[in-house]
Design a protein around this ligand. Structure first.
Ligand code: 8YV
Length: 345
C-alpha cells in the first residue's frame, strides 16, 4: 500500500536527534553529506515533496517552485531568510518559516566575542606569539582599543541588536547608540540601555559599530567607502548580519590604510569564499558564519523548523498554527484564490 504520509526533504545533514523522530510522522528524505545544491537540483528535489527543511545555502525562488505542485511548506533553519523569494513562495501558496528567538543570545555572544577579539587584537596576538615573535616585545606591543566605557554603535535593533546592547550597557559600562528603521519604545530603550541616533551620528560617534540589520535591497553595501569615511579611524566594525551589507573592498582598503582600526567579520558577500584582500590583513578577525553555532542553539533551531513544518502540514494539529511563519496570510490567500484544495490538509 502506498505511504499516505507527507513527504519531507531535508537539504543538509542537521541534528539527527531532532530530525530522525520525524520518521514516525512523515516519509523523510534526508541528505547524508553537506551538499552544494545547484538551482536545477533544488527544483528537482522540491518536485514531489510536501515540505522541505532547508538552510541558508539553498536559494528558493520561482524557478525552484515551478514544478513543486505538492509543496506546502519551506522551513528555513535560520532567522535571516534572504535566501527565500518570499513573494514567489506566497504566490505559489507555499508557507515559509524561519527560526527567530532561539538563536538571539548565542548570536549576540558571538557579536561581542568578535568585537573584543578585533578591538583587543586577540587573534593577531596569538599568531604573533605562535610565530615566535614574543622576543620582540615592547611596551607598545599589541595596543588595542578599550571596550569598557567606550561608545558602542548598533545598526539594526531587532532581538539580536538588543542582546548586544544589553551586554554593552549593563556588562561593560558602554554608552550604547543605535539606529533602526523604527525607533524602539522608550521603555525598551531604557531596559536595553541604548539611545537612538541618526545613521550619520551613529557612524561618527561609535568607537565600535556592530551590524545586525537584515540584508535587503536597501541595506546592500550600506557600509560603503563613504559610510566608512564617516567612522573614526580608531573604530572597530563588526558584521554578524550578512556579508552583502558591507562593500568588502572598501572595508579592506580602509583597514589597510589606517582609516579604520579593526574589523570582526562572521559573514561574507561570496560565502564560503573570502576575498583575498581581507585574508591578507592582520587587523581583521574572520570567522566562518558561526553566529548561532552552539550545540544547544542549533538543536533549538532545527526543532523550531520541525515544529513549523509539522504545523504547516497539519500533522501536529490544525494547519497552519506555525510558531514562526513568514508569509502565512499571503500564502493562504493565494491558495484560497487558486482554489487549490490539494494543499489544504
Ligand atoms: C545560520 C544565520 O542559520 O540564522 C541566521 O540568519 O545566519 C545563522 O544562524 C546558520 O549559520 C545555519 O546556516
Amino acid at each position: 500500500m502506498a505511504d499516505a504520509r507527507p513527504v519531507v526533504w531535508v537539504s543538509q545533514p542537521l541534528i539527527d536527534a531532532v530530525i530522525e523522530p520525524l520518521r514516525a510522522q512523515v516519509e523523510l528524505i534526508t541528505t547524508d553529506a553537506v551538499t552544494a545544491w545547484t538551482q536545477e537540483q533544488l527544483a528537482e528535489r522540491l518536485r514531489g515533496v510536501d515540505g522541505a527543511i532547508i538552510t541558508l545555502n539553498e536559494r528558493i525562488g520561482a524557478a525552484q517552485l515551478a514544478g513543486a505542485d505538492r509543496l506546502q511548506v519551506i522551513a528555513n533553519v535560520g532567522v535571516g531568510y534572504n535566501n527565500l523569494d518570499v513573494d514567489a513562495l506566497s504566490a505559489a501558496g507555499v508557507l515559509a518559516s524561519n527560526t527567530p528567538d532561539v538563536l538571539t543570545e548565542t548570536t549576540a555572544d558571538l557579536g561581542f566575542a568578535l568585537l573584543m577579539a578585533a578591538a583587543r587584537r586577540i587573534t593577531e596576538s596569538e599568531r604573533w606569539l605562535r610565530d615566535g615573535q614574543w622576543g620582540q616585545w615592547s611596551f607598545q606591543t599589541m595596543l588595542g582599543a578599550d571596550i569598557h566605557g567606550s561608545t558602542l554603535g548598533i545598526l539594526g535593533m531587532g532581538r539580536i541588536g538588543q542582546g548586544i546592547a544589553r551586554r554593552g550597557a549593563h556588562g561593560f559600562g558602554m554608552r550604547v547608540l543605535y539606529h533602526n528603521r523604527s525607533r524602539l519604545p522608550a521603555a525598551t530603550e531604557a531596559e536595553v540601555g541604548a539611545q537612538y541616533a541618526e545613521l550619520d551620528a551613529l557612524l561618527a560617534q561609535s568607537d565600535h559599530l556592530v551590524l545586525v540589520l537584515p540584508y535587503t535591497a536597501a541595506s546592500h553595501h550600506l557600509i560603503n567607502a563613504s559610510a566608512l569615511a564617516k567612522m573614526k579611524p580608531t573604530a572597530t566594525l563588526v558584521n554578524i548580519a550578512r556579508g552583502g551589507i558591507v562593500d568588502e573592498l572598501a572595508l579592506a582598503d580602509a583597514l589597510a590604510h589606517g582609516r579604520l582600526a579593526a574589523a570582526g567579520l562572521d559573514v561574507y558577500e561570496g560565502e564560503p569564499q573570502v576575498r583575498p584582500e581581507l585574508l591578507a590583513l592582520r587587523n581583521v578577525v574572520l570567522t566562518p558564519h558561526i553566529g548561532s553555532a552552539s550545540l544547544g542553539t542549533r538543536k533549538a533551531m532545527v526543532q523550531l523548523a520541525v515544529d513549523n513544518l509539522l504545523a504547516a502540514l497539519g500533522v501536529a494539529g490544525e494547519a497552519p498554527r506555525m510558531p514562526s511563519a513568514i508569509n502565512a496570510d499571503a500564502a493562504l490567500a493565494a491558495r484560497a484564490a487558486s482554489g487549490d484544495e490539494s494543499k489544504k490538509r
